[in-house]
Design a protein around this ligand. Structure first.
Ligand code: SF4
Ligand code: SF4
Length: 64
């Protein structure tokens, strides 16, 4: 299972909620924006998506 965590930077408001919420080390914080560093660590908890006020995060699960 490959997990793709995508952040739409056109929508992102830079609030930091996703970064603070993720307990799995998927996201880092760089230049006032979240960046996806380790998508394969994603625990699929969906908490970043629930916390994002801008609906800027999507999770895609690909089965191979
Ligand atoms: S779904 Fe959960 S584990 Fe995956 S990036 Fe979002 S907060 Fe982190
Ligand atoms: S929670 Fe959403 S709006 Fe806030 S920094 Fe993360 S992606 Fe951007």
């Amino acid at each position: 299972m490959i997990v793709e965590v995508k952040i739409d930077y056109d929508k992102c408001q830079g609030c930091g909620e996703c970064y603070k919420t993720c307990r799995y080390g998927v996201l880092e914080w760089l230049d006032d924006q979240p960046i996806v560093v380790s998508p394969n660590k994603c625990g699929k908890c969906l908490e970043c998506i629930e916390k994002c006020p801008a609906k800027a995060i999507t999770l895609k699960l690909d089965k191979y």
